[in-house]
Design a protein around this ligand. Structure first.
Ligand SMILES: Cc1cc2nc3c(=O)[nH]c(=O)nc-3n(C[C@H](O)[C@H](O)[C@H](O)COP(=O)(O)OP(=O)(O)OC[C@H]3O[C@@H](n4cnc5c(N)ncnc54)[C@H](O)[C@@H]3O)c2cc1C
Length: 175
């Protein structure tokens, strides 16, 4: 039986997370990214990740990459702290609803993380090097009996069984 192939457009956090997940499940995918290289443009500084995002990372990453994620994350306390002008603590507001008996929380109960965006992206890129095609901006796609064909602005095209638009907030695929 021919291999089922998923085309992912966009190598941002979403597209790369999906690619990691598919890769772990042994499902073929190829990623097409408009930028010329992984770190072609600055993409921000740090990201706050809540419990859902952390669980998603644990699910999609291999154990080795998850360990790297843990080691490169700053595990934050589960509350927002308001300091006075002399830096004394005025108030601590929980950032999760279900602290229950563990309030006031300890660092061990922290379920929020702060990560360097470029580092996270580097972790998500690991192992996918041969599946990512840079300088591939999708213009349009069309469906046929053979599957779905993505057409890129450089005049090339590729056909797969499914196309996922992970090309961000101004998605060409969605449009
Ligand atoms: C200032 C700022 C701060 C933020 N802080 C946080 C935070 O602390 N915590 C948090 O969880 N979220 C935060 N976010 C939101 C987070 O950045 C987004 O939710 C996340 O980046 C979305 O991932 P994505 O993969 O869907 O899209 P993106 O990360 O935007 O990736 C889309 C990718 O598609 C590529 N692309 C675009 N068009 C095409 C095309 N035509 N063909 C091929 N490729 C294309 C782009 O080059 C890009 O690489 C923040 C966002 C901003 C702007």
């Amino acid at each position: 039986m021919p291999e089922f192939k998923i085309l992912i457009v966009g190598a941002g956090l979403g597209g790369l997370s999906l690619a990691q997940s598919l890769s772990r499940a042994g499902i073929a995918c190829e990623i097409f990214e408009r930028d010329n290289a992984p770190f072609d443009r600055p993409q921000g500084y740090r990201l706050h990740l809540d419990g859902d995002a952390i669980n998603a990372a644990r699910e999609v990453l291999t154990p080795e990459l998850w360990r790297l994620f843990e080691q490169t994350s700053q595990w934050t306390e589960p509350y927002t702290t308001i300091l006075g002008t002399d830096l004394s603590v005025i108030k601590r507001l929980p950032t999760q609803d279900d602290l229950g008996d563990v309030w006031p929380a300890t660092e061990a109960s922290a379920r929020h993380a702060n990560v360097d965006r470029a580092t996270l992206r580097q972790i998500l890129l690991a192992g996918l090097e041969n599946r990512i095609h840079f300088a591939k901006a999708i213009d349009r796609y069309e469906s046929s009996d053979q599957g779905v064909t993505a057409h890129f602005s450089d005049g090339t095209s590729v056909t797969g069984d499914m196309l996922v638009g992970a090309d961000g907030i101004r998605s060409t695929v969605r449009r």
